[in-house]
Write a protein that binds this ligand. Structure first.
Ligand SMILES: [Zn+2]
Length: 472
């Protein structure tokens, strides 16, 4: 929309996971270097057993040839040993969350129908796209992944069809963990469906009017069978499951206990080389829910500036977030803030905090700006379809606050929108980014810049959050 400033567009392009155009190269590089931070700084437990030589990749990242072992010392099949099937260009994911997208789509933008590949995932490369400086690899499983997230072994050894064995289930933080033994670390994609999508904001194709999923699909590439189905009786979000064979892989379909009631998951290849999925608990039944509040910007990244040049977004978002934290704490909600002071926190660290605390909800607080000083009002952004209900609840109350500010003007409530912001592209919980009004607009800014205005905004955010948590 032409209402958006160039500056804002660039900021929002943090959503692009793969390099699409030279114009966004700097932003993309920032996003990618975040993945490298995961590798070098935020991996306290080394789940990988090195069996080969240490190589120094062209990116300067140390690459080890990895191999996973189960407790019996039996290794998973890897592209580094011969399976009698010949050789090809093989790759292995070297970051904890190797974000990928549709291999058949020309666009490299983030796609919520794809989920990150776990560290250790291996696949065959079928074609290379992108530029020489920024190659993008299309994999046999149908996904496309940036070269920064993988290491290439060429030639590597081709792998046989996979088979899964149910290892067991265990309760985790009120949720349920499903554990599977696998022959090798095949690519896994998780989606929630059925869901219809519509083109909306900035031509993005993933707008949902309502979250309608009845099941969670876990698709295992190259996997023909699963020996037994997990017992879901201990989960309050999924109730039964079935194995669906399909060309190129198999899908474990987990049916939700209630349509449109899903609160996130996590997935990793554990230190024993097993697939582990944690299906989150039903937050509406949780007596002590946890919410991560993410005040946008801070420190060397002040965000947008008010139209009169006096106030930065980072101060406004912190003020709103602190008021919100107080309101939620009063209701017994455990609050985690990504920052409490005027300090710089990278987008990757913010997402990592969400993954670390595994909260029930994540809310990023921002203020808007546009070149057109007439632009005004509030809107709320989501990425995953199961984040839309939280966006809707928050925007319902925030829209009311802006309705009072502009009586009789429905346009001040700009609604909920799909956009792939870095901080909302997490699987762990419903995650949204709220734009609480325009600092570039005189009326919006006067409201946001007043203590009473910020408390009103925080009150609206709290109402929407508490509604989702079923806390009164
Ligand atoms: Zn912002």
């Amino acid at each position: 929309m032409n209402r958006e400033s160039t500056k804002k567009k660039n900021r929002k392009n943090n959503g692009a996971i793969l390099k699409a155009a030279l114009a966004v190269a700097l932003v993309v590089i920032a996003a990618l270097s975040g993945a490298l931070i995961y590798v070098t700084v935020v991996s306290p437990v080394n789940v990988l057993t090195g069996t080969g030589k240490i190589l120094l990749g062209k990116s300067g990242v140390k690459e080890t040839e990895y191999s996973y072992y189960d407790k019996n010392g039996k290794s998973l099949l890897t592209p580094y040993a011969d399976h009698g099937l010949g050789t090809g260009m093989m790759c292995e994911v070297i970051v904890p969350y190797g974000e990928c997208t549709d291999g058949a789509n020309e666009s490299n933008s983030s796609d919520p129908l794809y989920s990150p590949l776990a560290r250790g995932t291996v696949d065959r490369v079928v074609s290379v796209a992108g530029s020489a400086e920024q190659p993008v690899y299309v994999l046999e499983s149908g996904v496309k992944i940036n070269d920064e997230y993988i290491k290439i072994t060429d030639p590597g050894y081709l792998l046989p069809e996979n088979a899964l064995t149910l290892h067991g289930t265990e309760p985790v933080n009120g949720g349920l963990k499903l554990i599977f033994d696998t022959r090798w670390a095949v690519p896994v994609t998780v989606t929630l469906g059925p869901q219809s999508y519509a083109v909306g904001y900035q031509g993005r194709a993933f707008n949902v009017s309502k979250f309608t999923a009845k099941y969670m699909d876990i698709r295992f590439a190259r996997t023909a069978s699963l020996d037994a189905l997990p017992d879901l009786s201990e989960s309050d979000t999924v109730k039964k499951c079935e194995w669906i064979d399909a060309e190129g892989g198999g899908t474990l379909r987990l049916y939700l206990r209630r349509t449109g009631a899903f609160y996130g998951y996590s997935y990793e290849l554990d230190k024993n080389g097993r697939f582990e999925f944690v299906i989150k608990k039903n937050i509406r039944r949780d007596a002590t829910p946890t919410v991560v509040i993410d005040p946008g910007h801070g420190g060397s990244d002040p965000g947008a500036c008010s139209g009169d040049g006096t106030v930065w977004e980072s101060a406004m978002t912190l003020g709103i977030a602190q008021a919100l934290a107080d309101l939620l704490s009063e209701k017994g909600v455990r609050v985690v803030m990504t920052r409490r002071d005027d300090v710089y926190v990278s987008l990757e660290e913010r997402a990592l905090i969400t993954r670390k605390y595994s909260p029930d909800l994540f809310v990023a607080v921002h203020c808007d700006s546009a070149e057109n000083a007439e632009a005004y009002g509030s809107h709320t952004f989501y990425y995953k379809n199961y984040s839309a209900p939280l966006a809707k609840s928050i925007q319902k109350y925030l829209g009311q606050v802006y309705g009072e500010l502009y009586p009789g003007d429905g346009a001040a409530d700009k609604g909920i929108k799909f956009y792939p912001f870095a901080v909302t592209r997490v699987e762990e919980c419903p995650s949204v980014l709220v734009e609480c009004g325009y600092l570039s607009n005189e009326s919006d800014f006067a409201f946001i810049n007043s203590g009473a205005g910020r408390v009103k905004i925080a009150g609206a955010l709290a109402e929407g959050i508490l509604e989702q948590l079923n806390v009164r």
